[in-house]
Design a protein around this ligand. Structure first.
Ligand code: PLP
Length: 393
């Protein structure tokens, strides 16, 4: 007998994967330009020059050994650069010795959850949420506690308060959010922190706030982001360079444990243990060196703001409903019927690939990833209109 849950995760693909694979087949059949593929969160803007230049430079330097093992936590020189960068930008005091370089935010989350969870403890998430949170939590023996968001997809403070209990060990927040594009306000963060501090005292236990931040640079209308680590001491940052540098396949990111956390040393040790248990010695050594050279650089993410405008204005003029995304590169569009899967199937008939919201923990929406060429968005509008008209008959 194989472990049931592991087997199920392997056999059931997420709606996102299924749709992306369907899209690949369909593009081969009718040509890529005839399929409006809004399924994946694969960055569409070019990798900044700095990345390729760094790769060339590192490979030319015969004094270095770019393909050798590094320390498990990542090169100290890189961790120092990361600490300088986040401390300077967010007013934090992260210690390089509390940074653990990972294979992206996904590994950062997996490791952090494994480090803090005992079997049966609860992890609170706000729906809609990144579907892998469930797998990462359950793989560490935890139980996902889902709290529906407010109407604007931000946190419903009363519902959040009611969900935090003596079983809560962690809360995952993701701002800007995949799939809604919502950005938590300083007020939201402050209220959540108050609730968690109160619960820590009441239940005499630590509750960790895990901040999943792969989209933190992608914010619109001149917004700035406050780091949750500046608001709540028992917090852990999980970052990834996948989206800010358009390098998701290179698998590089980091965990930063808040220096103000009372048991930061112990938590960091547990993170080292959890990382060790994953079985990879260190994250990619070549890209650790690349990031060291490119820290603080971002790809030209202004294109996503332009895409947001084209998409939202086009859909609004047709009659679709949505909440304006404030960051990331996703639009959470209200489906034209209650069953999002059925709506997504009907959209496919118009060559529109839209991910149904069920896997994100709520019903009645589809996710439209607008990290695509601007022309794809423009060309897709007649298809969106035809789909809309089907429901208006
Ligand atoms: N968290 C969220 C909200 C994401 O959208 C993603 C990827 O799309 C991840 C984590 C994983 O990021 P990475 O691929 O860099 O590990």
């Amino acid at each position: 007998m194989l472990p049931e849950k592991i087997l199920a995760w392997g056999k059931t693909r997420s709606c996102i994967r299924e749709l992306a694979e369907y899209g690949a087949r369909r593009k081969a059949e009718i040509g890529a330009e005839n399929v409006y593929d809004f399924s994946l969160g694969n960055p569409s803007v070019p990798v900044p020059e700095c990345v390729d230049e760094a790769v060339a430079e590192i490979l030319k330097d015969s004094s270095d050994k770019p393909h050798a093992y590094t320390t498990a936590a990542g090169l100290l020189s890189l961790r120092k650069r990361i600490a300088e960068d986040v401390n300077g930008r967010f007013g934090l005091d992260i210690d390089p010795e509390r940074i653990y370089v990972t294979c992206g935010a996904a590994a950062g989350l997996t490791i952090s959850l494994k480090a803090v969870l005992e079997p049966g403890e609860e992890v609170v998430v706000i729906a809609p949420f990144f579907p892998e949170y469930r797998v990462f939590t359950e793989a560490s023996g935890g139980v996902l506690k889902v709290v529906p968001a407010a109407e604007d997809f931000k946190v419903d403070i009363e519902a959040f308060k009611a969900a935090v209990s003596e079983k809560t060990r962690a809360v995952i927040i993701n701002s800007p959010n995949n799939p809604s594009g919502a950005v938590l306000s300083d007020n939201d963060l402050g209220s959540m922190a108050d609730i968690l501090r109160e619960a820590e005292e009441r239940y005499d236990r630590t509750i960790y706030l895990i901040s999943d931040e792969p989209y933190r640079e992608i914010v619109y209308d001149g917004r700035s982001i406050t780091s949750p680590l500046s608001i709540y001491a028992d917090s852990i940052m999980c970052y990834s360079f996948s989206k800010s540098l358009s390098i998701p396949g290179e698998r590089i990111g980091y965990i930063a444990v808040n220096s103000r956390m009372k048991d930061a040393g112990e938590v960091y040790a547990a993170i080292m243990g959890a990382g060790r248990a994953l079985g990879y010695v260190n994250p990619p050594s070549l890209f650790q060196r690349v990031i060291e050279k490119c820290i603080g650089v971002t790809a030209d993410i202004s294109e996503y703001e332009l895409n947001r405008k084209t998409l939202t204005e086009g859909l609004k003029s047709i009659g679709y409903e949505y909440v304006e995304p404030e960051g990331a590169f996703y639009l959470f569009l209200k489906a034209l019927e209650p069953d999002a899967k059925a709506f997504s199937e009907r959209a496919k008939k118009h060559e529109l690939l839209l991910v149904p919201s069920d896997d994100f923990g709520c019903t009645g929406y589809v996710r439209v990833s607008y990290c695509v060429a601007g022309k794809t968005i423009e060309d897709s509008m007649p298809a969106f209109k035809a789909l809309f008209n089907e429901y208006s008959k």
